[in-house]
Write a protein that binds this ligand. Structure first.
Ligand SMILES: [Zn+2]
Length: 253
């Protein structure tokens, strides 16, 4: 589909800040949405355009697409690391970090797996709504475009919060349509991500996130929610923060 893109549009799609994973500054693009999904989702042409960038514009150096780069950007902001993800994993701070990855977070998985404290589980074999870990086991939880496939997104986030230590954070991406509010797809025709014709039940969409995506984070018990752009609105990531200190039973800090 690359050949159908007008040159000026292609330039817009491939003119991005340097890749936060590898530092590369060359990008390529191919559309990933198909007409049936665009209709089910009710996307305007402008919304389809930026979702296509989110999923289909990739760094030629490391292969990361915009959503993966946005997640890397969020992790680096959270750790206050002025470097690429590939550099960060070699730092002492990173190597002290216990990180849970739920589903391969796009192309970040190979880099994150270099960390001694990295643990990867896959949804739905590992149910995000009932994680098999003790409370306060991790410093970071990451997932990328998985939460929209979890039947109860709030419950999934609540589990992420439960397994985080004080001061930890859940960093994640979901496709966000910024000009509307979140809607559940209960009662609507089944919509499946992945690729055209895909029938993988684990890719069934339960929630289409909108501008109120932050509400789910706070409803799940997190203490703070930041939405950070690698590129607005195509490349957004969320930082769901657990406070450093937690209230005692008496409600005192
Ligand atoms: Zn890259």
């Amino acid at each position: 589909m690359v050949s159908t893109i007008k040159k000026e549009t292609m330039n817009e799609r491939t003119t991005l800040s340097p890749c936060r994973v590898c530092g590369g500054d060359a990008f390529t693009h191919h559309d990933v949405l198909w007409s049936e999904l665009i209709a089910q989702w009710g996307l305007s042409s402008g919304e389809a355009e930026y979702i296509n960038v989110q999923q289909g514009t990739s760094c030629t150096g490391c292969g990361s697409n915009v959503r993966s780069i946005a997640l890397a950007d969020a992790l680096l902001r959270w750790t206050r690391a002025a470097m690429t993800l590939k550099e960060w994993v070699d730092t002492a701070a990173a190597r002290r970090c216990d990180i849970l990855e739920i589903n391969e977070a796009g192309t970040l998985s190979g880099t994150l797996s270099l960390l001694p404290g990295h643990r990867l589980v896959r949804y739905p074999e590992c149910d995000m709504m009932t994680l098999p870990f003790e409370a306060r086991s991790f410093d970071v939880v990451v997932h990328s475009d998985t939460l929209e496939h979890v039947p109860d997104a709030t419950r999934g986030l609540r589990e992420c919060r439960r397994v985080l230590r004080p001061g930890g954070a859940c960093l994640f991406t979901v496709p966000v349509v910024v000009g509307r509010l979140t809607r559940g797809r209960q009662g609507l025709p089944v919509s499946v991500h992945g690729s055209e014709g895909c029938t993988d039940a684990s890719l069934t969409v339960h929630t289409e996130f909108g501008a109120d995506v932050w509400c789910r984070v706070l409803e799940s018990g997190f203490d703070e929610c930041r939405i950070v752009p690698y590129r607005y609105p195509a490349g957004l990531a969320l930082i769901a923060q657990v406070a450093e200190s937690i209230p005692t039973e008496g409600g005192q800090w």
